[in-house]
Design a protein around this ligand. Structure first.
Ligand SMILES: [Ca+2]
Length: 199
């Protein structure tokens, strides 16, 4: 069973992935994220690294679709997404390291526009801007990740924060803030009871 913190993080992550705001996750959302990220970081989507990113996001969506046939028609609901995260990633850093670590490294490499091995604020905003995250949440992410006090994130910091976001359950982990303000769950399907303990 997920903790309230884990549930909030996954519900928040769902809304950041729902690029077209349909209330479900579709293949087109995942393709749009790869395209947005390449565009923000001036990487051609048809370059080797651009195609790797696009393929990584498409594979991630296929995993979420659990072998359903017509992937173009698949719509993942919030409950399905949260159930998948609960079964596959929550509390399982070894699963993250087997699959998603590679994607996180690829994202860090693409967003590291000047290729110095670190994500500065400008790089990190290219990352945040690739998802459906209101600009008003950028500052809270930068602050809680320590970028305003400690400076740029290394590639390893970024991967470690990603692992903490998906697998961790520590309210003090900076990685909780990797995709913006996870306490502001924006989905319409959150029940008041779910949010009560965070008011
Ligand atoms: Ca969508």
């Amino acid at each position: 069973m997920l903790s309230e913190l884990q549930w909030l993080k996954f519900a928040h992550r769902f809304t950041t992935l729902d690029i077209n705001g349909s209330g479900c996750l579709e293949l087109s959302d995942y393709a749009a994220i790869a395209a947005n990220m390449c565009h923000a970081c001036s990487v051609p989507i048809d370059s080797g690294v651009g195609l790797s990113l696009r393929n990584a996001y498409i594979r991630a969506f296929k995993a979420l679709s659990s072998g359903r046939e017509d992937i173009q028609a698949v719509q993942i609901t919030l409950d399905e997404f949260i159930r998948f995260m609960e079964m596959r990633l929550a509390g399982r850093p070894e699963v993250f390291d087997r699959g998603m670590k590679r994607i996180a490294g690829l994202v860090a490499d693409i967003c590291d526009v000047n290729r110095d091995g670190f994500l500065d604020e400008k790089d990190f905003i290219c990352f945040l801007g690739s998802y459906s995250i209101p600009e008003g949440e950028y500052a809270v992410a930068l602050r809680n990740l320590g970028m305003r006090s400690n400076g740029p994130l290394s590639r390893e910091d970024f991967i470690s924060h990603s692992r903490d976001f998906y697998c961790g359950d520590n309210p003090l982990s900076p990685g909780n803030w990797l995709f913006g303000d996870f306490k502001k769950v924006r989905t319409k399907v959150v029940t008041p009871a779910r949010l009560k303990s965070w008011e």
